[in-house]
Design a binder for this molecule. Structure first.
Ligand code: COA
Length: 246
């Protein structure tokens, strides 16, 4: 079974993380597939919106920690880097439906979505500090802008996890639903976006994101530091501890 599942429905491309045995941790191949499905969807006139989701009780546990240990070169062709910049460059709207754990990139990618829905089991966490890493996906800029510096410090400096109710208060999500309501509701909203005049929709998104080049610049800075941190002894020790279960 593919680790990324895709299905097109009434103008919506539904992309699902499907690696439940590893809590949908994103490995290199999954990033490649994700980027490919997004790029194909952008080029396909039949696709008007994307919906990103995970399995029933897990959105994603974030980047595969084992891949961090391989000390990758985070150049523009690295699959995770390509995915992040693809998100930033998307012209068509992106909706997310989050259930269960949304860790690391599982939370930061939400900052690039147009609409985010979560169920009451959702748990968000930005554990970069505890992994001896730095934030990515422009989150060091986007999060303080969204929630204010002090709140962002709780999330990025203390690495505190938070539930869907808090995410709603922080305006990180649009609405909290029950687990049974979540996917149908998110799909309905994605279909609503898909039914709008596509050019006006894309132009409106563009106008609502005047800070794109600042985010791009921040992402480059983050990646440079992230790459350096991956080589550090303190980060490698944390990854080994996680993979060996402490
Ligand atoms: N990368 C690689 N493997 C991961 C992973 C990740 N990000 N997250 C979970 N896994 C693996 C575990 O190693 C375990 O593998 P095993 O069955 O071969 O031992 C399996 O997935 C199940 O994980 P487990 O921790 O037992 O599940 P849980 O339901 O108790 O907890 C999480 C789920 C998501 C809360 C927890 O797995 C977690 O915190 N993961 C790490 C998140 C992280 O630090 N991500 C990096 C973000 S930058």
């Amino acid at each position: 079974m593919s680790t990324i599942q895709v299905q097109d429905e009434q103008g919506v491309r539904i992309i699902r993380f499907n690696r439940p045995d590893k809590r949908n941790a994103l490995d290199l191949d999954m990033y490649k597939q994700l980027t490919e499905y997004l790029i194909q969807g952008e080029a396909d006139n039949e696709i008007r919106a994307f919906l990103l989701t995970g399995s029933e009780n897990c959105f994603t546990s974030g980047n595969d920690v084992a891949d961090f240990l391989k000390q990758p070169d985070l150049g523009p062709n690295h699959p995770a880097v390509r995915f992040l910049f693809c998100l930033l460059e998307l012209k068509k709207p992106l909706v997310a439906a989050v259930s269960g754990a949304a860790v690391g990139i599982g939370t930061t990618l939400l900052l690039h979505c147009d609409l985010v829905y979560a169920d009451n089991t959702a748990q968000f966490r930005l554990p970069f500090i505890d992994l001896a890493l730095v934030p990515e996906a422009g989150s060091s800029l986007l999060l303080p802008e969204l929630v204010g510096y002090q709140k962002a410090s709780e999330l990025l400096l203390l690495g505190e996890s938070f539930d869907a109710e808090t995410a709603l208060d922080l305006k990180l999500i649009n609405r909290m639903l029950s687990p049974v309501e979540l996917f149908p509701y998110a799909l309905e909203k994605a279909k609503a976006l898909a039914s709008k005049p596509p050019q006006a929709l894309q132009l409106t998104r563009q106008l609502m994101r005047p800070h794109k080049s600042r985010v791009q610049h921040q992402m480059h800075q983050e990646l440079e530091l992230f790459g350096q941190r991956l080589q550090s002894d303190e980060a490698k020790a944390v990854f080994r501890q996680f993979l060996n279960k402490g």
